[in-house]
Design a protein around this ligand. Sequence first.
Ligand SMILES: C[S@@+](CC[C@H](N)C(=O)[O-])C[C@H]1O[C@@H](n2cnc3c(N)ncnc32)[C@H](O)[C@@H]1O
Length: 489
Amino acid sequence: MDDPNYEREILSLLKDYQWLHNDPSSDLNNFFTGDTFSRCVPDDWQQWLSHLSEDQLHTLTITSEDAISSWAPEVPPSLIKFIHECRRLSLRNLISSQAIHAHHDPLRHHNSVTRGMSIKKLHEVQRLGTLITELAGKYSSKVKIVDIGSGEGYLSSVLSYCYDLDVVGVDAQFTKGEVDFSRKIPTPLGAEKRRGILAGEISGKLPKPDREAEVKRLEDKLQFVQRFIPVRIHLVHHVTLCRLTSRANSFWISHPDTKIILIGLHTCGVLACSMLRLFNACEAVVGFVGVGCCYHKGRIEDIFPMSHTSTRTMESNFHGILDSQSLYLACESPELRCSQSIEDQRYALRRRFYRSVLEVSFRCAFGSNFAGHFVVRDVKRQDCGDFFDYSKAAAAKLRTNPPIEGADQVFANWSTDENVKQVWKRYKDREKEILIVLQLQMILAPVIESLLILDRYQYLVEQGMEVRVEQLFDAKLSPRNIVLCAQKP
Ligand SMILES: C[S@@+](CC[C@H](N)C(=O)[O-])C[C@H]1O[C@@H](n2cnc3c(N)ncnc32)[C@H](O)[C@@H]1O
């Protein structure tokens, strides 16, 4: 990670394969309208990959280069080189991973705390619990853990009840889970357990009078919960760097002998970056443990680059290499996809395929009125039986901005419309093309994530922090599994 050429090599690779991650064609909705396959994929790759079976393509991301070469004669050397370079530059192949199940498990005796958690969440909170406890144990003074973006409060609660840490959870939303969780804790738990602090927030989007009513309603609800349940609950507001800094600083003034460790499990986009900036800026914060997610949530300029090193490298020759589509791809997980059943993988592919064909149908149906602004919200699995079922269900879930005149009429006759039938006839045998490009994207995705984590690592190192980067979770369970753990010297 400390090799000065590492970042440059990643960026060169991303520059060479921009068509896979940073191009209108890399958004698979535009797959057929942008003619992605024949326009972008090199001819020899197209031919060779088209000969592979569907099963082989589904496992392309996790098969060794030697095995891939043996699948069919004359594999294009540039394809093998692409796969090799993506793997070589992927952070998860460069850093150590903690042996799974290596730790003592304090969660075993706390069924009431862990009830309702998925296997994935249990795995994550147990691994993080051990890591955070070790970090907190390094300080002789009092330590307060601040869990940013605590969500349902699973990690905060486990740290408080199972690892006996002093925790404040902060989230932008008042989730039903917080109250539900509080009800699960058996009473009385004893005074020393009265420290799990969960937080809720009232959305800043409400108009002012509604907002005040909502504040009142939530406060009443919280007081009710507090009276009966030994969990203190705080109301906080949407976390921004500025708010977080002023809260942390005022806390420090009133508690000068308490150290803060900031933690975040799956902190989305810009929130993870705000936490890192706070860690750097606020003296009271001595430690940081974070696992990012949803890298695309927020403005790209607030997310990447953070470090001087990356900023300089980007300015030299790589300006504009990443866009929001690249950040979106960074959230993908080849391991997780491969661990799904073949039926689930086929279903996911089929949806993408139908969605891309639907885009062509829109253009045919609405001609010049259509400027690519249809958003199709989630279509249920039972509605994906065939393209016409899917497109009828999709039509019912369309959100257009602005609405297109005559759309209702067009969708009412969708399955009998001759244009739509013609479009389907033209594309119905081309699903494999999408699978090929999707798998190439999956091979590249970990490299983009590596760049983002490397930049955060460099940012912390530049500030003089001691930093560790580890793969903490099992990639088959948790797509976002790399943890950044830092301390001030
Ligand atoms: C992906 S969830 C993770 C929840 C939890 N840490 C977990 O792993 O189960 C991200 C959480 O961050 C919260 N969040 C996002 N932006 C935030 C902000 N600016 N301030 C506070 N919370 C925020 C969201 O409401 C959401 O609950």
